[in-house]
Design a protein around this ligand. Structure first.
Ligand code: XIL
Length: 365
C-alpha cells in the first residue's frame, strides 16, 4: 500500500525524495537482519500519517519502532484513572502493517508526567505504590499482544557533576518524585510489577549519557552497574539495558571504557541495546555541509562499532530525519546558534546522508 501511495505522489516530489523512497536497494532492516542484527527508529504516529514519504521510509528502513511520545504517562494517563491508548494503538497498527516489532517507552520516567501525577505521588507511599501498579498493569494488559519489550524505567541513574543535567549530591539514583515517594526500592518495585503483569515481557532499564570518555560518564556507568548488580542480587527480574546513545560530538569518545562497561553488563546475563541514537554536532562546525556530515558519520560509526564489540545487536535511532527532531525543537537541546543539527541518517528533506551510508556499511560488515 505504501508503495502505491508513493508512486501516486511521485510526480509532485523533489527528485531527491522520490529517489530515496523508490529505491530498490535493500533497507537497513534487511541489511541488519541478514547479519543477525536489527535496526529501528523512534516514530510519531501523526507524522507517519501526515507524510507518506516518511512512512514509506520508516517501513523500508526499520524492523523495530518505538513511540517517541505515545507510550509516555502524559499521553496514556492524562488524568488519574483515565487511560488513553489511541495514539499508541496507531503506532502498533502501523508496525503490524509493516511487519515491524514495537518497543515500549516508558513505564516510569520523571519527565512527561501529567500534571496530576507528582502531587498525587507526594500524598503518601501507599497511594504512590498503587498509582504505579495500576499504570503498569493497565498498560501492559493493553499492549501485551503487540509489545514484547518495554523500557520499564527510564533515566533513573543520577548524573554526576560535569555532565548532562547534573544531579549533585545524590547517590546512585536520580532524585525524582518517584524516588521521593517510594524510596530507592522503586526501581525494583516497578520491575516486579511488570514481571507479574506480563511474565514473558522483556524488561529493560533505559539510560542516557553513559558512553563518553569523561570522569562523569564513568561515574554514571559505575552507578548503573551498582544499581543493576544490587537488583540482580535480590533476584529482581531484569532482562536488558538500553543505552540511549544521544551522542554529543563535543564529548571525547574512546571505545575501551565503554566496551568494558557493555561487557560487564553482558556478563551479568543482560542484553544490551542502543535505543535512541542521534548526534549533536560540536559548537564549532566544519565549514561545509559535506564536512559536517562526514564528521557526524565518523563519530557515530566509532560508537556503533564499539557497541557491537561490546555485544549489542539491536540499534535504534531517535528518529530517521533531521526534520522535526527533538534535537531541533527541544529547548535546551537545540543549538543556541539556531543551526539545524545534522544528527540523523536523513536530512530535513528526507535525503540520505553519510550517516545512513555508515549504518548500511556497518550492517553489511
Ligand atoms: C523526547 C522527545 O523526542 C521529545 O519530542 C519530547 O519533547 C521529550 O522527550 N530521552 C528519552 C526520550 O528517553 O523519551 C526523549 O524523547 C529524549 C531523551
Amino acid at each position: 500500500m505504501q508503495r502505491r501511495v508513493l508512486l501516486g505522489l511521485a510526480g509532485t516530489l523533489p527528485l531527491g525524495c522520490t529517489a530515496v523512497a523508490q529505491s530498490s536497494a535493500p533497507g537497513l532492516r534487511e541489511l541488519a537482519r541478514a547479519r543477525g542484527m536489527s535496526f529501528g527508529t523512534a516514530v510519531r504516529s501523526e507524522k507517519l500519517e501526515a507524510d507518506p514519504i516518511l512512512s514509506a521510509l520508516v517501513a523500508r528502513e526499520a524492523d523495530l519502532i518505538v513511540p517517541e511520545w505515545e507510550g509516555k504517562w502524559d499521553v496514556i494517563q492524562p488524568e488519574r484513572g483515565r487511560f488513553e491508548f489511541e495514539p499508541l494503538r496507531a503506532v502498533m497498527r502501523f508496525a503490524q502493517a509493516q511487519n515491524q516489532r514495537v518497543r515500549g517507552h516508558a513505564l516510569l520516567w520523571h519527565e512527561a508526567m501529567p500534571r496530576w501525577l507528582a502531587p498525587a505521588l507526594a500524598e503518601g507511599q501507599s497511594q504512590a505504590q498503587q498509582i504505579l501498579e495500576t499504570h503498569i498493569t493497565t498498560v501492559l494488559a493493553e499492549t501485551r499482544a503487540g509489545i514484547r519489550d518495554w523500557d520499564v524505567v527510564n533515566e533513573v541513574i543520577a548524573a554526576p557533576p560535569g555532565g548532562d543535567n547534573p544531579t549533585p549530591g545524590s547517590g546512585d539514583l536520580r532524585p525524582t518524585p518517584w524516588l521521593a515517594a517510594l524510596g530507592p526500592g522503586y526501581v525494583e518495585r516497578a520491575l516486579r510489577i511488570a514481571r507479574q503483569a506480563d511474565p514473558t515481557l522483556r524488561l529493560t532499564i533505559n539510560e542516557f549519557a553513559v558512553y563518553s570518555d569523561t570522569p562523569w560518564a564513568q561515574a554514571k556507568r559505575d552507578s548503573l552497574l551498582r544499581v543493576v548488580r544490587g537488583l540482580l542480587e535480590r533476584n529482581c527480574p531484569l532482562d536488558a539495558i538500553g543505552i540511549q546513545g544521544h551522542l554529543q560530538m563535543r564529548e571525547p569518545f574512546r571505545p575501551e571504557p565503554y566496551v568494558a562497561f557493555l561487557r560487564a553488563l553482558r556478563a551479568l546475563g543482560l542484553a544490551v541495546l542502543i535505543t535512541e541514537l542521534d548526534v549533536r554536532e560540536p559548537d564549532v562546525l566544519a565549514p561545509t555541509i559535506e564536512g559536517r556530515d562526514a564528521a557526524v558519520a565518523e563519530y557515530a560509526g566509532a560508537f556503533l562499532q564499539a557497541s557491537r564489540d561490546g555485544g549489542v545487536r539491536s540499534f535504534l535511532t531517535w528518529g530517521l530525519t533531521d526534520r522535526d527532531s527533538w534535537l531541533v525543537l527541544e529547548p535546551g537541546v537545540a543549538r543556541r546558534d539556531g543551526v539545524v543539527t545534522r544528527g540523523h541518517p536523513y536530512d530535513a528533506e528526507l535525503r540520505p546522508k553519510p550517516l545512513r551510508a555508515r549504518l548500511a556499511q556497518f550492517f553489511s560488515a
